[in-house]
Design a protein around this ligand. Structure first.
Ligand SMILES: C[S@@+](CC[C@H](N)C(=O)[O-])C[C@H]1O[C@@H](n2cnc3c(N)ncnc32)[C@H](O)[C@@H]1O
Length: 338
């Protein structure tokens, strides 16, 4: 990244969070869906969102400055990517993920980043993840898991197409949440059965999506903490998606050892997560997400492919490699139990 040499670049950062918040507020009003539905003037939008015109004018102006909408002769139009990703019924709609995960869990957590930098916990009396996400005052289990589902559906389909599980019959999805990855792999591999291990607050949501996909009979659920609850053995595949960024660095060797023990010889472990490159230079979205993990767990690690592969190697795995999964955002490390 080129070093900044202009004070305006610093200002862009100091004010930048307001642009993020403008997006979250627009999603809260479902403004982009209203525009797509034909409410394209300030008056129409004010009526459709039940928002005073002065406030809506200010919000729309902020949205115009970051290219999310444009205005010609008083008519508002969604930007092309907005129409694809931020409108109800659009093919890539992930409004729920932005609203609950980015705008809720991460944004709220980041208010405490300075405290986390000193190593302090926001919910010192609660377990990690359980505190900031699932406790009273947190996001709430079903809301978080459903939003995570919206964000994981696309990447899950991609991973299920890219990772060949031919011959595998048992998948253990640790920290599997709503089961987005489990369901994508089951759809792709008709002989596969799966177990999702996650906190109890996620189970009802996972059951709901499994039912909806007509795959309840192929999914078992274990409620518990991946660090302390026993994992079922004789697995062909163990998947951990966005879990290594959620736990402390001291728990990662435990997860790696448990994955090794749960797998049959020849079994495959998949670690999918936000990772920066080994030089810690970026990409930015991965670096920012990993920073946002600290308020929940100040022991969380700045994950890199080298770190993830090293932890798996230490547990006895043979590394197959790490590759980009979501461009500029996540990576997938594959390793086998010999
Ligand atoms: C960001 S979500 C990802 C969910 C899912 N793996 C996906 O990619 O869609 C992280 C998940 O890990 C779970 N999790 C975090 N720490 C855990 C732990 N110690 N034991 C069990 N589950 C855990 C959370 O409850 C949550 O469902």
């Amino acid at each position: 990244m080129k070093p900044v040499d202009d004070v305006r670049q610093i200002s862009a950062l100091t004010y930048g969070f307001i642009a993020s918040k403008a997006l979250f507020a627009a999603i809260d009003l479902d403004l982009f869906t209203k525009i797509a539905g034909g409410a394209t003037t300030l008056a129409d939008l004010a009526a459709a969102t039940d928002t005073a015109p002065n406030r809506l004018r200010t919000l729309l102006t902020a949205l115009k400055t970051v290219g999310l909408v444009s205005e010609t002769d008083g008519t508002f139009v969604n930007a092309p990517a907005v129409a694809t990703y931020l409108v109800a019924g659009a093919p890539g709609d992930f409004r729920d993920y932005i609203r609950v995960v980015n705008g809720g869990f991460l944004y709220e957590g980041l208010r405490h980043l300075e405290k986390a930098m000193r190593g302090e916990r926001i919910f010192p009396d609660k377990g990690f993840y359980e505190g900031i996400v699932y406790s009273e005052g947190g996001v709430g289990g079903p809301a978080f898991s459903s939003a995570q589902h919206a964000g994981s559906l696309g990447p899950a389909r991609l991973m299920a197409r890219r990772v060949d599980l031919a011959g595998a019959t048992r998948l253990l999805d640790v920290g599997g949440g709503s089961g987005a990855y489990t369901l994508a792999f089951l759809k792709q591999n008709p002989k596969l059965g799966a177990t999702i291990l996650d906190f109890p607050e996620t189970t009802e949501t996972a059951r709901h999506y499994a039912r909806e996909a007509g795959m309840s009979d192929r999914v078992a659920h274990i409620q518990g903490n991946a660090i302390t609850t026993e994992w079922p053995g004789e697995q062909d595949v163990v998947l951990m998606s966005y879990v290594w960024s959620a736990v402390g660095g001291n728990d990662i060797p435990t997860l790696a050892r448990r994955a090794f023990a749960a797998l049959k010889p020849g079994g495959l472990v998949l670690v999918h997560d936000f990772m920066v490159d080994d030089r810690h230079d970026g990409p930015a979205f991965a670096a920012w997400y990993l920073l946002a993990s600290l308020p929940d767990n100040p022991q969380a690690e700045c994950l890199t492919p080298g770190f993830v592969e090293g932890a798996l190697r230490d547990a006895g795995f043979v590394i197959e490699g790490t590759a980009t999964m979501l461009d500029e955002i996540t990576q997938l490390t594959r390793a086998r139990r010999p």
